[in-house]
Design a protein around this ligand. Structure first.
Ligand code: NAG
Ligand code: NAG
Ligand code: NAG
Ligand code: NAG
Length: 641
């Protein structure tokens, strides 16, 4: 069952003739948002003017300009307020849109002929919802031309190329939906290797006792040895950690148990705590896959044990695979949640969904945010409008204010974010001949912590210095490597300026030509990295090897969870937003610097791996600050208030 009326994205030039004409007539209007072309969407036809269009207007929040300063004040190790996180109520109070903004928009709608009774203002004051609007009415209201686009066989989306607003309205509005936004079908950054080498228990057992062999098959013991993980948790009842997982991924308990029997017998029979978001369920259906969720859970549960792990499971067969990062954000923060004023269902699944058979629930603020949230998914930054990116990124920052560590994968394809070798052309569109680096999202948001990938060098024994940038050949001629690069939308945050400057200084000497392919003033990622290569795991009853930053993220999530345990046991707060701390000079010795290996570049660029980044001393966009040393990180973080 697909929505016939969700979304957007077209291949048209941003301005149609009609819009230009309209703009000349009404001088005071400004173009508020434009779409970014995506190669895989096809324009179909024009929608009938009487088609209903659920119009939602997202108001600009207050005080967002203060967010970086406030976040730094509680997360910079040099700050006297370090660790003094905010309550959700304080966050809501500080950033809610001003009352006047809603009034201004309401007055405008009424002056344009929208009946008062059709305008609804959400309880959190963040959204205005216009009932029973039609395509024809909205086209006039926001100076847009809608088209229906087709993706795949059945899915149809509605979108416009751009839209305009009177300047006074543009000043108080963030986004209007449905308009220019792309549908986010989340790219899973994961690839299972064929069932080679490790196909039965005995071989796997051998790999688990020797911490040699970690170049070929990685087990929990390899990771514990690589990252100095000997700490035993003491405060699990006061700590929390979550894995975010989207339909149609699920797991089999029998897979977990087969893994635990080999690597962590104390966990036999244990399951993650299911937290259902937007109808999330573990029931398997014909579309379900059991690979990635099982792999991620096997490692997170084993490395953090006995800390219970929550599984934030999003969506189900009814909601389909049309998913958004906003769903779990809605679930942990009612002030962000779109459902009070109507779902932002151009990006986000339409919930509750009024269509026959549609899901009639939406998780909104029902969940206390866990201390650490591990996200193994990645999308492309270029696909989203700036308003949408800023709104979502600010939300990650607000979670940081509340003391939550948000971890995201850097992607599996070096500088091309979430799809191997595809970079951006001069128009900002993705294609195989393009040569501008193509950052991943939310990896490029300055308020998340982004995890890149490493591997154990061939034949190396596990010890500091044993790792290099993860880099694996694919038969297609592409390479997999940990993602890394520079945002085109967010500038370099203060906490990493020094580190990034050091890297760029070196690059200008060794490879000056590379700088023109990326935005050297952008937020740089990854922040840190961890093994992404050849994890032994159980998938549908068989031992397999899986690779990807999907596995690096739960490893780092476990490590931060153990640091939180040590701090909580010592009467301190969780670490929250970790970036200002990990980039500070005092923490440098708690990371294994990764100094060799190159990430994948653009298919359209000649030369060594298409201009991928080389790892070197200190921070670099191939490996971040390096891989963590848990024992030393705990020492550092226990020294902080
Ligand atoms: C829209 O108009 C067409 C004909 O102009 C009509 O057949 C159709 O029923 C209308 N649809 C709605 C939802 O009113
Ligand atoms: C890429 O370049 C090749 C060879 O010049 C050309 O045939 C192809 O159409 C180009 N593809 C795109 C998407 O521009
Ligand atoms: C690793 O060891 C194998 C077997 O001894 C050998 O063939 C291979 O060349 C070694 N690789 C490296 C990079 O040393
Ligand atoms: C591992 O951590 C412990 C503290 O738990 C520390 O004493 C030790 O030096 C660390 N080992 C390495 C190799 O860094």
């Amino acid at each position: 069952m697909h929505y016939s009326l969700v979304l957007l994205l077209g291949l048209f030039s941003p301005l149609t003739q009609g819009i230009l004409t309209r703009e000349r007539e009404i001088e005071s209007r400004v173009i508020h948002e434009r779409h970014i072309p995506h190669p895989s969407y096809n324009a179909a036809h024009q929608p009938p003017a009487n088609l209903s269009l659920p119009l939602r207007i997202g108001l600009k929040q207050r005080n967002l300009a203060l967010l970086p300063t406030e976040l730094l004040a509680i997360s910079d190790p040099a700050s006297p307020l370090y660790g003094r996180h905010w309550t959700p109520a304080q966050v809501l109070e500080a950033f809610a849109p001003p009352e006047e903004a809603g009034e201004i928009v309401r007055r405008w709608l009424v002056s344009e002929g929208v009946g008062k009774e059709r305008v609804r203002w959400s309880a959190d004051k963040a959204w205005i919802d216009v009932r029973s609007a039609t395509v024809g009415e909205v086209e006039k209201l926001i100076g847009a031309r809608y088209r229906v686009f087709r993706r795949g066989e059945e899915e149809e989306y509605i979108a416009c190329d751009s839209y305009t607003l009177p300047r006074s309205i543009a000043d108080v509005v963030d986004i209007i939906t449905p308009t220019v936004q792309p549908n986010t079908k989340l790219a899973e950054v994961r690839r299972s290797l064929p069932h080679n080498g490790v196909s039965h228990e005995r071989e796997v057992k051998r790999a688990s006792v020797a911490v040699t062999g970690c170049d070929k098959a990685v087990t929990p013991d390899c990771l514990k040895a690589l990252y100095n993980m000997t700490y035993v948790p003491q405060a699990t009842d006061r700590n929390s950690m979550a894995i975010v997982n989207y339909y149609s991924n699920s797991y089999l308990q029998s897979d977990l148990d087969m893994f635990f029997a080999n690597f962590s017998p104390a966990l036999l029979g244990k399951s993650p705590e299911l937290v259902s978001i937007d109808g999330g369920t573990l029931e398997l259906d014909e579309s379900s896959s059991v690979g990635e969720a099982g792999w991620v859970l096997q490692y997170a549960m084993t490395l953090a044990q006995p800390q219970p792990v929550k599984l934030l499971q999003l969506g189900n067969k009814q909601t389909g695979e049309f998913r958004s990062f906003n769903e779990w954000l809605d679930a942990v923060d009612a002030s962000y949640c779109t459902s009070n004023g109507g779902d932002d269902f151009t990006y986000d699944p339409q919930l509750p969904n009024p269509r026959p058979g549609g899901l009639n629930e939406h998780s909104c603020g029902a969940l206390n945010p866990p201390n650490v949230v591990s996200n193994s998914q990645a999308d492309h930054e270029y696909r989203f409008s700036q308003f949408y990116l800023e709104r979502q990124c600010a939300e990650f920052g607000k979670l940081g204010l509340m003391g939550v560590t948000v971890l995201y994968a850097a992607g599996n394809t070096g500088v091309s974010g979430a799809q191997s070798g595809y970079c951006l052309d001069r128009n900002g569109a993705m294609n195989l001949n393009a040569t501008n680096f193509n950052p991943a999202w939310p990896a490029s948001c300055p308020w998340v912590t982004t995890v890149g990938g490493t591997q154990v060098k061939a034949n190396a024994t596990v010890a500091p210095g044993a790792e290099e940038v993860w880099n694996e050949d694919l038969t297609s001629g592409f390479f997999l490597s940990g993602g890394g690069g520079f945002s085109n939308r967010f500038t370099t945050p203060g906490y990493q300026k020094h580190a990034v400057k050091g890297f760029l200084g070196g690059l200008k000497k060794t490879d000056p030509g590379l700088v023109k392919h990326f935005n050297a003033r952008g937020r740089a990622y990854p922040d840190l990295s961890a093994n992404a290569n050849s994890f032994v795991n159980v998938d549908n009853g068989e031992f397999v090897l899986s690779s990807g930053t999907s596995g690096a993220v739960p490893t780092v999530a476990s490590i931060i969870t153990l640091v939180n345990d040590a701090r909580i046991a010592a009467g301190k707060t969780p670490v929250g937003f970790i970036n200002p701390a990990i980039y500070s000079p005092a923490f440098a010795s708690a990371f294994n610097d990764i100094t060799s290996g190159t990430s994948q570049g653009c298919k359209g660029l000649q030369g060594d791996r298409g201009g991928g980044f080389k790892a070197g001393r200190g921070w670099d966009p191939a490996s971040g600050l390096g891989t963590p040393n848990l024992g030393l990180l705990i020492e550092k973080w226990l020294e902080l208030p």
